[in-house]
Design a protein around this ligand. Structure first.
Ligand code: GMT
Length: 369
């Protein structure tokens, strides 16, 4: 098939999932065109059959807010004309589904499009009055809609009143790349220092400062270090909290460039303190590395973790610290958890199995043309 994929390029799960899908589909022999306003951070070079198209957004002095949605609609049409795309798959509804709807209307329904809902496109930005109506309209107009968790599908029906079927296809992970590290786990390491990790786009919704608050309590009881991978608006705040709580020497900010699979694989425990999380891709990536998580019990996180790791209430760094301390001081429990998270990943979240479901959906949508 000739498939167009649209995503945001920045650090964040939806761009990662879209880019990884593009890799796998191209390696399977499909012709894949990836559209984004910048080169996605995970996009690999040199994969035959995979092309990147940049969406150029022109800025005129009159525009306080350059209309990215129009530029994207134009690029969708251009790529459709150039490559005879069978189906576009847009990740994140705002404004990608609206642009796809516009482009499809402009060419007399010359292509089909599928919208994948990821999270804040529904739970935060999507429920903002300014965006809700066109987003709901474009979701309804999509040829098929998927959500990354049952929680998100339910929320979409509840908040948006969407009545069309929403397929739940979980996110996936490359289990060959995200695999248990070569390094030893804390019970076998000299000095027994535990390594905790958090990776995200440091947006307020991630509550990275709560991760630091939990860590501050943990390091009072056991030797520990916290690695912070990624970047975003709350980075300075999180590091300031570490300074205020007197643990800044044990908190290391790695930035967005580090090889996240190596960082996670060489850690002992992942911490997630999010206020809302439709899925939690970094939690899954950690599970794939045999690294259990302590995470807030929000959104679709329990669908990802199942009965592995520990879920704690939102806004309780104390509960998070005590759960982490239990896992990081009980060798048997830790080893069992480390095996369980990898097994759960292999059972439910392998890339090939999930991508097969998307391909089946592409085929159904194209067959309707
Ligand atoms: O919705 C967002 O916050 C952005 C989005 C992204 O692009 O990173 O994150 C969402 O999609 C990810 C991939 O499906 C999920 O793993 C995240 O849980 C989800 N974020 C939230 O729900 C806050």
């Amino acid at each position: 098939m000739r498939i167009g994929i649209v995503c945001y390029p920045t650090i964040g799960g939806s761009g990662v999932v879209a880019t990884e899908m593009a890799h796998v589909l191209a390696l399977r022999g499909h012709e894949v065109h990836l559209l984004s306003y910048d080169r996605p951070s995970r996009l690999r070079r040199g994969i035959p059959g995979l092309r990147f198209h940049q969406v150029q957004v022109s800025a005129y002095p009159l525009f306080r807010y350059p209309p990215y949605d129009l530029a994207l609609a134009t690029r969708l049409l251009e790529v459709r004309e150039e490559a005879n795309i069978d189906v576009f798959h847009v990740h994140y509804a705002i404004p990608h589904a609206v642009s796809a709807f516009l482009a499809r209307s402009m060419c007399g329904s010359c292509f089909r499009f599928i919208t994948t809902l990821h999270g804040t496109d529904i739970t935060v930005a999507g429920s903002d009055r300014a965006y809700m109506r066109p987003t709901r309209f474009a979701i309804d107009q999509s040829d098929a809609v998927t959500a990354v968790s049952q929680y998100l599908a339910d929320e979409t029906r509840l908040v948006f009143g969407v009545t069309k079927p929403i397929h739940v296809f979980p996110n996936f992970v490359d289990t060959d790349r995200f695999k248990p590290g070569k390094g030893k786990r804390w019970p076998e390491r000299d000095g027994n220092e535990r390594v905790l990790v958090h990776a995200s786009n440091f947006r307020p919704v991630k509550r990275v400062a709560d991760v630091v608050r939990a860590f501050a309590l943990i390091q009072q009881k056991i030797p520990a270090r916290l690695l912070l991978a990624g970047d975003g608006p709350d980075r300075e705040h999180a590091l300031a909290v570490a300074t205020d709580l007197g643990c800044s020497h044990q908190v290391e900010w790695l930035g967005p460039k580090e090889n996240v699979e190596d960082v996670i694989a060489d850690s002992d425990l992942f911490l997630s303190a999010s206020e809302t999380e439709s899925f939690g891709l970094s939690i899954l990536e950690s599970m794939s590395c045999g690294v259990p998580s302590v995470a807030t019990d929000v959104g679709g996180v329990r669908e990802v973790m199942g009965d592995t790791g520990v879920l704690t209430p939102f806004n309780s760094p104390e509960a998070m610290a005590s759960a982490a301390l239990k896992l990081l001081t009980d060798v048997d429990l830790y080893r069992k958890q480390s095996i369980a998270v990898r097994e759960r990943t292999l059972l439910h979240f392998k890339a090939d199995a999930v991508i097969d479901r998307y391909v089946e959906l592409y085929e159904q949508v194209v067959a309707k043309s």
